[in-house]
Design a protein around this ligand. Structure first.
Ligand SMILES: [Zn+2]
Length: 274
């Protein structure tokens, strides 16, 4: 296969215009094209107020965002864009397609737990975050949405994690929240001494870590924390995983990562800056 480029994007929170402008800017500056875009959740594809009403979020974060302009055809996604669900999503809409689907031209929801082959790469995606009650029992069915809290829809289940484990091995893993215990001891200072220090022991979840350890992807992409962090995780069996935790789109290039896929399917990061 001919080499190609793809991009990864952190939390978008309805700012699809900013996302697409930044991606178009990179293409223009580098002269490259993007074969596809992977987005790690909190995308917020609200078509209208009824979708927005099904999102779990405090009132001040409840805004319609840019997606409606793509639904109306005023704006377009210029390359195939695939997103998983985060904890702030219109699940009343997304859960009508639990296995994912194309919402509008070039904009694909990955589904609750799915594996897709895109341009030769086997990609697994898990929507939602770890919520103990939902994980160990079940998630509320869509039919109960009008009488249940929106928060009853933000978690993934153990069955969904097991379903993804059957896909072993995969090339790329998409997660919203971070896997547990991924911060290198030497990097701890990065998370302290900030205006809002982050307690490292509270970061990430165990099921996501199990997915990383057992699926052994070449690349893991996640978001949620609105904080950029990168490291390589070695596997006991040999080989390693490149982990990219992406910031949110308001932090512009900290939210983005660009990759080149070579003739053999190997993935390497290319500069985000022009
Ligand atoms: Zn977010």
């Amino acid at each position: 296969m001919e080499p190609y480029f793809f991009a990864a994007v952190g939390d978008v929170h309805g700012c699809m215009n900013r996302m697409n402008d930044l991606l178009a800017g990179w293409c223009k500056a580098t002269g490259n094209t993007l074969a596809f875009v992977l987005q790690v959740g909190d995308f917020e594809a609200h078509r209208h107020e009824q979708d927005l009403a099904t999102m779990a979020a405090p009132a001040k974060y409840r805004t319609l965002g840019d997606f409606k302009d793509y639904v109306s055809g005023y704006r377009q996604f210029l390359q195939p864009t695939y997103f998983i669900g985060g904890n702030h999503e219109p699940y009343g809409y997304l859960d009508t397609m639990p296995s994912g689907g194309e919402l509008i031209d070039n904009c694909h929801y990955f589904g609750r737990a799915a594996v897709k082959k895109i341009k030769g790469q086997k990609i697994a995606g898990l929507s939602g975050i770890y919520v103990e009650d939902i994980y160990t029992s079940h998630r509320a069915p869509l039919e109960r949405m009008s009488s249940t809290s929106n928060k009853a829809y933000i978690g993934f289940t153990e069955n969904e994690v097991l379903q993804l484990l059957e896909a072993e091995p995969v090339d790329i893993l998409l997660l919203h929240d971070w896997p547990k215990n991924i911060i290198h001891p030497e990097d701890k200072a990065m998370f302290q001494g900030r205006r809002r220090a982050i307690d490292i022991s509270s970061i990430g979840n165990e099921p996501a870590r199990i997915l990383v350890d057992l699926l052994k992807p070449k690349l893991v992409l996640c978001g949620h924390m609105h904080f950029r962090y990168q490291r390589t995780i070695p596997h006991l069996s040999g080989g390693s995983t490149s982990l990219f935790c992406l910031a949110d789109i308001r932090q512009e290039f900290k939210a983005l990562a660009f990759f080149r896929v070579d003739e053999e399917g190997g993935i390497s990061e290319v500069s985000t800056r022009r």
